[in-house]
Write a protein that binds this ligand. Structure first.
Ligand code: NAP
Length: 340
């Protein structure tokens, strides 16, 4: 298995955006009540190890356990060596309205809400600017021009550097890009989640916008470590997700077994094949790896050393055809908030 020293490459977030590490770290699973429990000390050690390995971009959302994730990143940045802290770039999603008991109450993309969310995020993160700022889902009651326009004002004031989008369709991307420069669109993209190939990716490519890809391991399902017998905790969101349930789960794990044969032949791991495949789809795509331990991080970074040639790509495509997954990628209530 490829582990240990890797060379960090860089990619650019769109024609107007910043240069970032080719692999970014998604920190969501480091907060409790998302993927079950989380280990605070290990989470901070993982962020430090990522920065040490040359990862620059850290992704979070202000609603990930109601500010918990931002405060965790804030602590990791405060306790990192100065040089590492200075190289860090933080990407923040906002807009989701929460209940104290964890419930979800839709989105708020009104300009005054955008400015309010940002003020709190800056404080929790302990930074003077946010590198990339985006609404997590479209607020259907607020034209995207108004939401993006408010972020553009924050750019003008120096509180935000770049503007992103998340899980929106081609038309919204065009309208947003006509309002201000858009660096990247965040979207689920993995061997078993290929929706963006239909409309979103051709649109972002036409407009010179990058993709930051999440769920590259389909939230651990195609990590190669997930087993049918694993009991997900009641506070693990994945337990509610169709892909992790019943016959769907077994079907999807059979796809992982097919992938495992290819990984073994190449002397790499399933997770490394899955991440390397997303990396191979274009230099405009930056995977947000969801590692929450140093061991997972080291394995994931090993994907940077995996080269997939035409024969490998054909074998992967045969093992896991584009629409091979069983079950939606979100529970039905949350699918309703996805535009594309
Ligand atoms: N824009 C959006 O709508 C949106 C939505 C979701 C996420 N995101 C962002 O994208 C980031 C990544 O998403 P994700 O966390 O779902 O990604 P992911 O990489 O598909 O899944 C992460 C999970 O997979 C398992 N895992 C990760 N690396 C592994 C490894 N090397 N070996 C074994 N298991 C591994 C871990 O679960 P176990 O430890 O339980 O095995 C981990 O919590 C998030 O942190 C968040 O910042 C954005």
């Amino acid at each position: 298995m490829l582990m240990g020293m890797t060379t960090m490459h860089t990619r650019t977030l769109g024609t107007t955006g910043p240069q970032v590490s080719a692999l970014a770290l998604g920190c969501m699973g480091m907060s409790p009540k998302l993927y079950g429990d989380a280990d605070r000390a290990e989470s901070i050690a993982t962020i430090h190890a990522a920065l040490e390995a040359g990862v620059t971009l850290l992704d979070t959302g202000d609603f990930y356990t109601m500010g918990h994730n931002e405060m965790l990143i804030g602590e990791a940045l405060r306790t990192a060596p100065a040089a590492r802290r200075e190289q860090a770039q933080v990407s923040v999603k906002f807009g989701a309205l929460r209940d104290a008991d964890g419930g979800w109450n839709g989105m708020d993309g009104r300009p005054e809400a955008v400015k309010n969310f940002a003020a709190y995020s800056l404080q929790r993160l302990g930074v003077d600017h946010i590198d990339v700022y985006r609404i997590a889902r479209l607020d259907p009651a607020v034209p995207i021009e108004e939401t993006v326009g408010a972020i553009a004002e924050l750019v003008g004031q120096g509180y935000v550097r770049h503007i992103g989008l998340s899980e929106v369709g081609a038309e919204t991307i065009r309208r947003a890009a006509a309002t201000a420069s858009i660096a990247d669109v965040q979207f689920e993209y993995a061997l078993i989640s290929r929706d963006i190939e239909r409309e979103v990716l051709p649109t972002t490519r036409e407009l010179g916008i990058a993709i930051t890809a999440y769920g590259v391991l389909s939230r651990g399902l195609i990590s190669g470590h997930f087993t049918a017998g694993r009991q997900l905790a009641p506070n693990d969101w994945r337990a509610m997700t169709p892909r992790f349930q019943g016959d769907n789960l077994q079907h999807n794990l059979n796809l992982v077994d097919a992938l495992r044969k290819i990984a073994e032949q190449k002397g790499v791991t399933v997770a490394q094949i899955a991440i390397a495949w997303v990396l191979s789809r274009g230099t405009d795509i930056v995977p947000l790896i969801g590692a929450r331990t140093r061991v997972q991080l080291a394995e994931s970074l090993g994907a940077l050393e995996v080269t997939l040639d035409a024969a490998d790509l054909a074998a992967i495509e045969e093992a896991v055809p584009a629409d091979a997954a069983a079950g939606d990628r979100y529970p039905a209530s949350q699918m309703a908030h996805l535009e594309a």
